[in-house]
Design a protein around this ligand. Structure first.
Ligand code: HMG
Length: 440
């Protein structure tokens, strides 16, 4: 077992690389040369990436793909997608192309409210705490004026602060629950700075509040932090068309297809095991665009999954109906995104992606991301309810298998020809390559 190391963070990048290579690898020079291959020759660009995180030893590439032909509210977009999984970009492109000739995607931002909380312990009379809160409410706003003034100029700021009694859940536990409008920024730094100031004000003011006993004056702040659950920062995206318009090569019987599609969504509404995979498919699209635009996909994931469980059972994020011969399919999700701040102007490829999207504001980006999720779900459900997922997915995955076997150009040509007509499976491709190589 390797020995632990102290002071690792203080080593230079080269020393860190040497340490890891010598500690864990039988061939340290090969490990070092692999890491070097994944470092950028432009030292300024490399330094920028080094400094995004801590203890950086290399870059870890993910492909940036693009999905064209997204018609959203009558405007054409090409979506940037950062993802490692084959068939996701193809599926998005396919769904975009399908809906572009059927009226496109329609989207609405329903609300943009963000949330943050100061969690604290107060041992005493709740009615006195309520009086205290009312007495000092204006002081929260005054004390954060230097933090909020720029945001206010942009039309944002603190919307509301309420006191919440949570003692039924945990003894002596209370909250300041605050809501914010952060315009084009995701708002994490702004919200956390406001909350930390609220906490300071809360503690300071309690010490001089006459009605409190000595024990009540001693408010104990546990933590002050934004919530990534933003059920009032909501966006909706939808598609709809007359059922007969769904007809295409994969959908020869549109009525049967629409009914089967709606059933597939209903199953995900009532069956959590299916809902998780259904929503995973949606997140294929959402995460890919969120990553490409420099946003925090962990925050988005956590918030969306909490929303999917808001009624007490994890359920589908999308819904579908057939009404008066019209097929309707839509998604409603919470999304706290930014188009300024964070990585958005720091990472050159994020800047590139945002420019490709014609520099959307945060609201527009919410709509684009929701569409990516809806499109992905449409493509997956269309495959699942018609050909089965393996057909298209494995067709796209074929190149990965060929790379694994280091197939030559000639082998690739023969294999692609063969699997154009035959079903792709990992075993079938491996057998085909082995037979091909046996013959030669
Ligand atoms: P197809 O109909 O065989 O494609 O679909 P095609 O060759 O006829 O081409 C039609 C269009 O599809 C193209 O138009 C592209 O838009 C797109 P064109 O560009 O020619 O004008 N397309 C491609 N785009 C880029 N690169 C490609 C490519 N091929 C087609 N190579 C397809 C093939 C894979 C798109 C289809 O079968 C499909 O959508 N499958 C679903 C795949 C999927 O959902 N993948 C996600 C991973 S699986 C998963 O994780 C989620 C899941 O578990 C979720 C759930 O259970 O709900 C399934």
């Amino acid at each position: 077992m390797p020995k632990s190391i102290t002071g690792f963070s203080k080593l230079s990048k080269e020393e860190k690389i040497n340490w890891v290579a010598k500690t864990y690898f039988s061939k340290p020079s090969e490990a070092i040369s692999l890491l070097k291959k994944y470092s950028n020759s432009d030292s300024k660009l490399q330094q920028l990436h080094d400094e995004f995180i801590e203890n950086t030893i290399a870059n870890f590439y993910l492909p940036l793909g693009i999905a064209p032909n997204f018609l959203i509210n009558e405007r054409n977009y090409t979506l940037p997608m950062v993802i490692e999984e084959s068939s996701v970009v193809a599926a998005a492109s396919n769904a975009a192309k399908f809906w572009a000739t059927r009226g496109g995607f329609k989207t609405t931002v329903l609300n943009t409210e963000k949330i943050g909380q100061v969690h604290f312990i107060y041992k005493g009379d709740f009615s006195k705490l309520e009086k205290f809160f009312i007495a000092i409410q204006s002081k929260f706003l005054a004390a954060t004026q230097n933090i909020t003034s720029n945001m206010q100029k942009r039309g944002g700021g603190i919307l509301n602060i309420t006191l919440k009694n949570k003692t039924e859940s945990l003894p002596n536990y209370f909250q300041l629950h605050a809501t914010f409008e952060t315009k084009d920024s995701m708002g994490a730094n702004f919200i956390n700075s406001c909350l930390e100031q609220f906490a300071k004000t809360l503690k300071e003011e309690a010490l001089v509040f006459d009605l409190f006993t000595e024990e009540e004056k001693n408010i104990d702040v546990v933590m002050s932090i934004l919530s990534n659950y933003v059920p009032n920062c909501l966006v909706r995206a939808s598609v709809s068309c007359p059922i007969e318009d769904l007809c295409e090569k994969q959908i020869p019987n549109p009525v049967a297809f629409a009914e089967r599609f709606v059933q597939a969504v209903q199953i995900a509404e009532v069956e959590p095991f299916r809902a998780v995979t259904h929503n995973k498919g949606i997140m294929n699209g959402i995460d890919a665009v969120v990553l490409a635009t420099g946003n925090d996909f962990r925050a988005v994931e956590a918030g969306i999954h909490a929303y999917a469980a808001r009624n007490g059972q994890y359920a589908s994020l999308t819904q579908a109906t057939i009404e008066n011969g019209i097929f309707n399919f839509w998604i409603e999700i919470p999304l706290a995104l930014g188009t300024v701040g964070g990585l958005t102007s720091l990472h050159p490829l994020v800047t590139f992606c945002l420019e490709m999207l014609e520099k959307p504001d945060a609201k527009e980006l919410m709509q684009i991301v929701a569409v990516a999720g809806l499109a992905q779900n449409f493509a997956a459900l269309r495959s699942l309810t018609t050909t089965g997922i393996q057909d298209g997915h494995m067709k796209m995955h074929l190149n990965n298998i060929l790379n694994q076997f280091e197939a030559t150009a000639e082998e690739r040509h023969l294999i692609h020809n063969h699997f154009h007509e035959n079903t792709v499976s990992h075993a079938a491709v491996v057998d085909f390559i082995k037979n091909l190589r046996k013959k030669n």
